[in-house]
Design a protein around this ligand. Structure first.
Ligand SMILES: Nc1c(NC[C@H](O)[C@H](O)[C@H](O)CO)[nH]c(=O)[nH]c1=O
Ligand SMILES: CC(=O)[C@@H](O)COP(=O)(O)O
Length: 159
């Protein structure tokens, strides 16, 4: 099993986030999962010094729209890092593959085109149970992992 605990981190190694502004773009598809991912990310940001008023949340319809939502946030808001939150679950068809690949490539492209780190907090799971396990269940919360990545990348961006 490749999964580590997504919630674990050594707080002593995390930069203080009090001077950073964060964007969080949240997909409404599977919102029971994405809301838990958001809450995990928000909690981890606040626990590491982020100011609640400096966390900007936007919602988009589905994970594919995370690309445009993050692009628009970069172009219109002053943020130091963005967390893109989504949950794609395999259905009957190949649509899962196209959504996952599209979002992955789109977020990668944003990281290349702009100087704002966009963190990939998109669960791409075979089953709903896998999503539950990774959004506050037995494997932790990917929202926490993504928030820590966002803080670290905001700090790296200052070099
Ligand atoms: N099946 C899932 C989707 N599908 C919707 C797409 O993300 C997109 O909103 C639609 O194709 C219109 O452009 N989205 C998820 O986030 N999760 C899914 O499981
Ligand atoms: C990832 C999806 O879009 C998928 O959940 C849609 O389900 P289906 O492949 O059965 O149409």
């Amino acid at each position: 099993m490749a999964t580590t605990n997504l919630s674990y981190y050594d707080k002593a190694t995390i930069p203080n986030a009090n001077s950073y502004r964060f964007g969080i773009v949240v997909s409404e598809w599977n919102d029971d999962i994405t809301e838990n991912l958001f809450l995990g990310a928000q909690k981890a940001l606040l626990e590491n010094g982020a100011v609640k008023e400096h966390i900007i949340r936007w919602n988009v319809p589905g994970s594919f729209e995370l690309i445009y939502g993050c692009k628009k946030m970069i172009e219109t808001q002053k943020v130091d890092a963005i967390i893109a939150i989504g949950n794609v679950i395999q259905g009957e068809t190949k649509h899962f593959d196209f959504v996952c690949d599209g979002v992955t490539q789109g977020i990668k492209d944003l990281n290349i085109k702009y100087d704002i780190p966009v963190i990939f907090c998109v669960l791409t799971d075979n089953t709903k149970q896998q999503s539950i396990d990774r959004s506050g269940g037995k494997h932790g919360n990917k929202g926490i992992e993504s928030a820590i990545a966002a803080i670290k990348m905001a700090a790296l961006r200052e070099f």
